[in-house]
Design a binder for this molecule. Structure first.
Ligand code: NAD
Length: 275
């Protein structure tokens, strides 16, 4: 069973399930990403601020996997927003990754207090035109931030990567994104282990019904909802578990009972508070 791909608004395709490396220790990143590639993941989500782009790059290089089969995302950190600073930051990320292009480059946070995200977005558009980022998008953008990009530039983000899990579904921003052809990437898809999603009885019941684990049920909920996800784990057995989600399907009723877990359960920062 292979990972399905979604087609983005720029015509490029993205594997719907990937592997995220937030909080993966730089000294362990090569081993952990190599494990993930061996398990079968081909889509890796990193960021300059994670400090582990070099380790990701080493794992990609030593895997022997053809570049065309890999999908690599990295992100522009807040302090580097702007024009020249963003170009320089992008170059530094490519260099650390050891790549000549990334598949997806994102503005990590809108940081509205800096008011530089529109300029940064125009810079990302330039980077995409140069071919060094195949697709560009944003992360942690709320509706007003997306609206400004749509009115002040002529490039629609391919994705918006936001905190999203059954307890925090961000219905306003996902509705706006879907109406405008922006794909949703769900970060913290399992609630980062901070929110007790895996113990919710509707999740446990669905897991028992299908002979799967609660984490597999939540990942399946994301995939069937249309989200792109890249759950993180340092442990190989959990990488395998989180990848083994293509041999069952949740019913409409199960999807609905899991969607009813919405309770504004944000585990990360509010985008307007991050600078
Ligand atoms: P996650 O929801 O994937 O949770 C990861 C944690 O869940 C792990 O540390 C582990 O404790 C637990 N876990 C993983 N698999 C499990 C399993 N099978 N059973 C039980 N527990 C399990 O959270 P995340 O890592 O924060 O999010 C995924 C990725 O999203 C990140 O690695 C990163 O790439 C991205 N991300 C982006 C932003 C952003 O601002 N754009 C912020 C946070 C994360």
């Amino acid at each position: 069973k292979t990972v399905p791909t979604l087609t983005l608004n720029d015509g490029k395709t993205i594997p719907q399930l990937g592997f995220g490396v937030f909080k993966v220790d730089p000294t362990e990143t090569t081993r952990i990403v190599s494990d993930a590639l061996e398990v079968g993941y081909r889509h890796i989500d990193t960021a300059a601020i994670y400090g582990n782009e070099e380790g990701v790059g080493q794992a990609l290089a030593s895997s022997g996997i053809d570049r065309s089969e890999l999908f690599v995302t990295t992100k522009l950190w807040n302090d580097e927003q702007g024009t020249q600073s963003a170009l320089d930051a992008f170059d530094a990320s490519l260099e650390k990754l050891g790549l000549d292009y990334v598949d997806l480059y994102l503005i990590h946070w809108p940081t509205p207090a800096k008011d530089k995200y529109v300029d940064s977005w125009k810079t990302l558009a330039q980077i995409r035109e140069s071919g060094r980022a195949r697709s560009i998008g944003v992360s942690n953008f709320l509706v007003p931030h997306l609206e400004r990009l749509l009115t002040e530039t002529d490039v629609v983000p391919a994705v918006n990567q936001i905190e999203l899990h059954p307890a925090h579904q961000q219905r306003e921003v996902t509705a706006f994104a879907r109406a405008n052809g922006i794909a949703i990437e769900a970060w913290g898809p399992l609630g980062q282990g901070k929110y007790p999603l895996l113990e919710e009885s509707v999740v446990v019941t669905a897991a028992e019904t299908h002979g799967k684990t609660p984490a597999q049920v939540i990942i399946r909920w994301h995939l069937q909802t249309g989200n792109i996800v890249f759950p993180k784990s340092n442990r190989r057995e959990r990488m395998i578990e989180n990848f083994d989600v293509f041999d069952f399907e949740l019913s409409h009723t199960e999807l609905a009972t899991i969607s009813a877990l919405e309770r504004g359960g944000r585990v990360g920062s509010h985008p307007n508070d991050v600078n």
